[in-house]
Design a protein around this ligand. Structure first.
Ligand code: HAS
Ligand code: CU1
Length: 541
């Protein structure tokens, strides 16, 4: 392994450690929701566990994986060393220290506030400070990514950006816009309040700032997966990318539309005028469009691959695809699951239908299909592809790597479909006691929570198989004389040699900022002008 590989690998190992710990908690939670009487099962442990699971998967696993993957892309797609490797390492340590601090406080039972940390639930200041350090570390990553791109741009002023880097830059811009909201929430409202400097906090204002961050956060997770679907999958499938310009349009649409949609998480909240909720709804439906484009382009690319491999007839190309390759299987199953998750997302986004599913188990079903599968399963597939290339070792236990994505797929179907159904039957999310104090309605949930617990166990086996392959490869994988190179898919038609409108990141960022100012500036101003009431902090445990 040469020095350049150490930086991404350090990030990946933190991501995997977080994932392993979170998986252990997940299987206990799935059983607890089905009323399996595990030892030491109490409400306090349950909420501690749900907080740790949410933070370690949604915030730590994803962020560290994306940062590591981003460095790989910047170095290999731009074919040059990173600018500011020292800053990259410093950012890694800042993010890691923040993660360890927040995790410690959670494990000590002093921050059972769930990953959304809604006030007036109040955590120990260490939780908010740890989260802030994680974000500050990620800003260092953004800085290195942008500096490296600009150095490349100086030497290649008229050329189109390599598509993989184009997608990663979109990710960086979405992340910077998103984190401004949560930075204001944490620094101005939550840290002073948890330290006792301010006595009360305004929960609606805090929630609005959180969802300014919380929705683009989901596209910060998704866009690196899309980079893999567009630039790595078609090549690994033995084909070509169906359309390069369509992919660029998709990433640009995410830059512009990811943020001004957050009120779709607050349809049921008071204090936000209906007109603004409508504005965010229109934008939400607009942002379905780039994912429809993606569905079209990736399926077309797979068809191209299947036909290049000799597939004939309407569906004959499907059988010709490389189903034995772990990257391929993981990503295709992740995409298939995402088709279902996208459907539940569209349901969530409708004001009337949201009233039916909001705060029910449906929502946890939705996000396990999206971030928990479309994204996480893609990242697992990418790991099977990346580790041999970064470590120079063959994948250890390849049979496990082949079966693991299928286990994830089956486990997730059991888990998430059951959660969608119990949600429709009225089962709340995030509630420890599934018997609901003996309520009659709760009895209808029991068969389904058993299915979802079975799904949880299958997912756990899948997660452990993944970790076994990753750790096994690092420790015992056979050294390769010449590891495969990191290379990206060619488009079906050559990319025009001149930089196009879709590569004008400055222009798209300005448009995105304007939209954020309209979507948040005015309603936040309105909220601040209302008569202010605050809440003291609550610590139920
Ligand atoms: Fe969501 C709640 C709306 C996408 C994550 N979402 C959540 C929460 C999370 C989350 C974590 O409008 C819970 C937050 C909390 O804790 O309270 N979501 C949407 C919409 C989309 C969407 C409209 N969500 C995501 C993604 C996520 C994610 C992506 C993570 C990565 N979501 C909502 C709403 C709520 C919500 C409301 C609030 C609910 C409430 O009341 O609390 C869209 O972006 C979805 C677009 C996707 C598609 C699918 C396209 C399909 C593709 C694959 C095709 C390939 C195939 C393979 C089929 C339109 C691209 C073929 C295979 C061959 C072999 C050929
Ligand atoms: Cu959202």
């Amino acid at each position: 392994m040469n020095r350049a590989q150490r930086l991404p690998l350090a990030h990946l190992w933190v991501a995997f450690a977080a994932f392993g710990l979170a998986s252990l908690m997940a299987v206990m939670q799935a059983m607890s929701r089905a009323e399996v009487q595990l030892p030491a099962r109490t409400a306090a442990i349950y909420y501690l566990s749900v907080t740790a699971h949410g933070v370690l998967t949604a915030l730590v696993f994803t962020t560290f994986f994306i940062m590591g993957f981003g460095y790989v892309i910047a170095r290999t797609a731009l074919r040059r060393p990173l600018v500011g490797e020292g800053v990259a390492w410093a950012s890694f340590w800042i993010a890691l220290i923040g993660t360890l601090l927040a995790t410690l406080v959670i494990v000590l039972g002093k921050a059972s506030v769930l990953y959304t940390f809604y006030p007036p639930l109040q955590a120990h200041p260490g939780f908010y400070i740890g989260a802030a350090l994680l974000v500050i570390g990620s800003w260092g990553w953004c800085w290195v990514m942008v500096r490296t791109y600009r150095a490349w741009r100086r030497d290649n002023s008229g050329a189109p950006a390599p598509l993989a880097m184009h997608g990663l830059l979109a990710t960086v811009i979405v992340w910077i816009l998103a984190t401004i909201g949560v930075a204001i929430e944490v620094v101005v409202l939550l840290i002073p309040w948890s330290l006792g400097i301010t006595k009360t906090v305004d929960p609606i204002l805090a929630r609005a700032l959180f969802w300014w961050f919380g929705h683009p956060l989901v596209y910060f997770w998704l866009l690196p997966a899309y980079v893999a679907w567009y630039t790595i999958l078609p090549r690994e499938a033995g084909g070509k990318l169906f359309s390069d310009p369509l992919a660029r349009v998709v990433f640009v649409l995410f830059i512009v539309l990811s943020t001004p949609v957050g009120f779709h998480h607050q349809f049921m909240d008071p204090g936000i005028p209906a007109g603004w909720k409508l504005f965010h709804t229109v934008n939400t439906f607009a942002i379905l469009f780039p994912s429809f484009l993606t569905a079209f382009t990736v399926i077309a690319s797979l068809e191209v691959a299947g036909r290049m491999r000799g597939g004939r007839g309407l569906f004959g190309w499907l059988g010709k695809l490389p189903w034995g390759e772990p990257l391929f299987t993981s990503v295709v199953l992740a995409m298939t699951i995402f088709a279902v998750g996208g459907f539940s997302g569209a349901v969530n986004a409708g004001y009337g239908m949201n009233a039916m599913v909001h705060n029910t188990a449906w929502v946890q079903g939705h996000f396990h299909l999206t971030v928990g599968s479309a994204v996480a399963l893609t990242f697992m597939g990418l790991t099977y592809w990346l580790l041999p290339r970064l470590l120079g070792r063959e994948l250890k236990f390849p049979a496990f790597a082949q079966v693991q994505p299928w286990l994830w797929f089956v486990g997730m179907m059991f888990f998430a479909v059951a959660n969608h159904v119990t949600g429709l039957l009225g089962m709340p999310r995030r509630v420890y006691d599934p018997a609901y104090f003996g309520a009659a309605a709760a009895r209808a949930w029991a068969p389904w929570t058993a299915v979802s617990a079975a799904g949880g166990v299958i997912l756990f086996v899948s997660a452990m198989s993944f970790l076994l392959v990753a750790v096994g490869t690092a420790l015992w994988g056979k050294r390769m004389a010449s590891p495969p190179e990191i290379a990206y898919a060619e488009p079906l038609e050559p990319v025009p040699p001149r930089r196009s409108l879709w590569d004008r990141f400055g222009l798209w960022t300005v448009l995105a900022v304007l939209l954020v100012l309209i979507a948040y500036g005015l309603p936040l101003f309105g909220l601040l002008r209302l008569e202010r009431f605050g809440s003291p902090g609550f610590k139920p445990f």
